[in-house]
Ligand binder design. Structure first.
Ligand SMILES: [Zn+2]
Length: 142
């Protein structure tokens, strides 16, 4: 009796099993954030069963999250964070509040400085322009 694997149908069955297994490995690999095509060929060369076990035990590769470094405490925080989770530093993406010579002002995301006094808002193109304005007024004692 000829073993089934040596019959034409048996070989076709093995080829379909082999390629189908390789595709399955590729799908599992890409779901884990790895190269699906690379694992597909590796699976064809080695064995779908072996590589499927290999892929199954592999840990998931998380895509590297965009991050930035806090200028105050030098810790790494998420890029989207408006406030540092380590020290509470507010990043320039959100309006930053501060005061200069007793005048509270806000720095906008585009670098503009706004000061609101008694409901009236004045805007300067940048912090230096605002400082010059305050210094000039102080000099004149206005
Ligand atoms: Zn910080």
């Amino acid at each position: 009796m000829v073993p089934r694997i040596y019959t034409p149908g048996g070989i076709m069955g093995w080829i379909i099993f082999w390629i189908g297994g390789a595709i399955l490995v590729a799908v599992v690999a890409s779901n884990k954030g790895r190269s699906g095509l690379g694992w597909f060929f590796l699976s064809l060369i080695l064995s779908p069963l072996l590589t499927l076990i290999g892929v199954a035990v592999m840990s998931r590769v998380e895509p590297a999250e965009a991050s930035k470094t806090c200028p105050r405490c030098a810790e790494t925080v998420k890029l989207a964070a408006a406030v540092c989770k380590h020290c509470g530093f507010e990043f320039s993406g959100a309006p930053q509040q501060a005061s200069y010579k007793g005048i509270p002002y806000m720095v906008l995301a585009n670098g503009q400085v706004t000061v609101t006094i008694q409901g009236k808002t004045t805007t300067w193109p940048n912090l230096a322009a605002f400082h010059d304005h305050v210094d000039y007024k102080r000099k004149l004692n206005v």
